[in-house]
Design a protein around this ligand. Structure first.
Ligand code: ADP
Length: 259
């Protein structure tokens, strides 16, 4: 008979076959999609087989960030085939299924079904699926957690208090669903003036690291507020795909996820 250890080995192997890591935030606009895309690109460049699910189905932005908007995914045997991107990461997004700019105003169950189709797709040999969750702690997030049981979740926040409090609430959602929070990321801290180079902190700095300590969660790293990140994200060129210094913080966090 299979011993407990053997069962454990099988479970680990299955999880290794396709690990889902969700990226969440307490509220919108904190850079969750930007972070998810750049982590996926960094992991891909490190040699990992990674796919990206844009589960932010009410405001999908991955097609813009990865530069493949307007591409329609094919369906095979009733399942969607992920869309390729120039940066090497296959992606599925609601943005690929609706016309650009079309409002998505579904109720919970429909949104949950849509999300299931994005995750339960032909992901081929992808070992790691990064899921860009919608902001907050609603139905879609719950469906995702209950149905697909991610191996872990990354929470992103700006250093602002309100965003922090919301991130803590999102952390509770993962806790309740039994999904371990891998750690917290601080985004938009430390703005380097393009003219004089002086670093300023429009939204404060260090707040997320402090919150991580308070919540007894790992702090994964800090992404600076940088115009190049915004410009790259708006033009289908995530900075993690380049070799500039701005790719470095993404790479460092990606390395922690891959470990
Ligand atoms: P969310 O997914 O949390 O709603 P986004 O990733 O869409 O947030 O980011 C919101 C806006 O902020 C986008 O225009 C994005 O390009 C920009 N942005 C995100 N992170 C940074 C950063 N570190 N520096 C500069 N702009 C950023």
């Amino acid at each position: 008979a299979a011993g407990v250890n053997e069962v454990r080995v099988i479970l680990t192997a299955e999880r290794k076959a396709r690990r889902i890591v969700a990226v969440g935030s307490g509220k919108g606009g904190v850079g969750k999609s930007t972070l998810t895309a750049n982590l996926a690109v960094a992991l891909h460049r490190m040699g990992h087989k990674v796919g990206l699910v844009d589960a932010d189905i009410y405001g999908p932005s991955q097609p813009t960030i990865l530069g493949n908007q307007g591409v329609r995914p094919e369906a095979r045997e009733d399942k969607l085939v992920p869309v390729a991107s120039a940066v090497g990461v296959p992606v599925l997004s609601m943005g690929h299924l609706v016309k650009p700019g079309q409002a998505i105003a579904w109720r919970g169950p429909m949104a949950g079904n849509a999300l299931s189709q994005l995750i339960d797709a032909h992901w081929g040999d992808a070992e790691l699926l990064l899921v860009d969750l919608p902001p907050g702690t609603g139905d879609v997030q719950l469906t995702m957690l209950q149905k697909f049981k991610p191996a872990g979740a990354v929470l992103v926040s700006t250093p602002q208090d309100l965003a922090l409090i919301d991130a803590a609430r999102a952390g509770q959602l993962f806790d309740q669903a039994g999904v371990p929070v891998i750690g917290l990321v601080e985004n938009m801290a430390g703005y380097a003036c393009p003219h004089c180079g002086e670093i300023s902190d429009p939204f404060g700095a260090g707040g997320v690291e402090e919150a991580a300590r308070r919540l007894e969660l790992p702090f994964l790293g800090r992404i600076p507020l940088d115009l190049a990140i915004r410009q790259g994200s708006d033009s289908g060129q995530p900075p993690a795909a380049g070799d500039g210094a701005i790719a470095e913080p993404f790479r460092a966090i990606a390395a922690k996820l891959a470990a």
